[in-house]
Design a protein around this ligand. Sequence first.
Ligand code: FRU
Length: 488
Amino acid sequence: RAADPGFPEPTIHTQQAHDPDSDFTSRWTRADARQLKAMSDPTAGPGQNSMPTDYTMPAVSHDFPDMSNGKVWAWDTWPLTDAQANQYSVNGWEVAFSLVADRSLGFDARHVYAKIGFFYRKAGIPADQRPANGGWTYGGLVFPDGVTGKIFPDQSYSHQTQWSGSARVYPGGKIKLFFTDVAFYRNPDGSDRKPYDPEIALSVGHIHADKKGVSFTGFNKVDPLLKADGKWYQNGDQNEFFNFRDPFTFEDPAHPGKTYMVFEGNSAVQRGGRDCTDDDLGYRPGDPRAENLKTVMDNGAMYQMANIGLAVADNQSLTRWHFLPPILSANCVTDQTERPQIYMKDGKYYLFTISHRSTFASGIDGPEGVYGFVGNGIRSDFQPVNRGSGLALGNPTNLNYPAGTPFAPDPNQTANEFQAYSHYVMPNGLVESFIDAIGGPNDLRRGGTLAPTVRLQIDGDTTKVDRSYGHDGLGGYADLPANRELMP
Ligand code: FRU
């Protein structure tokens, strides 16, 4: 039930599983997402966190170390995984793939220069016996120059970048790197000459791990896999600001022999169309706190139309895929459900995804963080975790005060509102993320390196920060421990 009488009841979600091929799309509704504000303490003063401690990442120190020793900005990061999201070391080395950019760029300029880089370190050392920055060696870029630009039909791009994905490892050391290959077509003033072209893509390489460290070969060819179709997944003709990226592949024990992929998308509507419905609002009949659909859209909430997509592979080598309908929509709730992943525990399927405070729709507010949904299958009537809100792990945030931005924080915010983003939930509930910014207007420090790993206790439809993990809940910086070993 809603914690506060001023807020609506969350939508009833059954968690019931549907056939992955069917067109059932679960909704993260406004009634659900308004539970975020319902949990916020209206009396929290300047600089204080207003959100429940159980769903808040402990505050990260302003003098955090840098995992790359000054070599690169690093942000979205993922490990080497198998079809069940187990995390591997290879010949005794742990590997992390990160989006990286040159430190001479401003951190906010990074997106159009992103390239996939990698780090490695010895496996099997407890976090508290490693150097404070995690003890990684930066290994360089994964792709030789020019390789990822070749797939674009229009070669007149101004910027060509590699965005997030995931990496599957196979017994002989073969790596399938799924990522988002992106071309921008910009004018010198930064405006779009034509919409950008993000494509979900695959490149196959090999890992070499010996006494000296880790290197890769291959990765000199890219197969484009999926392009937003405009039917289930919004494309550039419908909205030049559409989101389509961040593939994560897995197998579902309930459907053996198939490989699935989840990814970030938007509902396939024309930008600004009045396409939200009463089901997207999700109020229970007679709820006195229900909103009126017309008012919600008069306030512009229909500009925020995120979804999470599903695709299935058509061949064993995972080079051919087709779309299935989205598994989750957040119409009139938020515009970005990024880096989605499926996490399985105790027979339940958790869908985790990251979202920003700034991408919520008019009338919805919640912290920067990772959000979770639980159901009985990969396509379910997903129940948002934690009091029906969806919030799994947010940054310390005060919803009574404006957000500001990572480069210009609001003076009344906590110093940690932007401390972490792009969370990825690893085996055993461990969560890694990167530091965006820490500090207030007078001592702001940008991150570009990984935050301390934290641990979530995941149990049914609740998750909680484990404050007994590490130091008061904060583990090692940049800690991505393997739970499996591969000796090719
Ligand atoms: C999340 C994200 C991803 C994208 C990348 C681009 O931090 O927006 O969705 O792949 O950053 O930098």
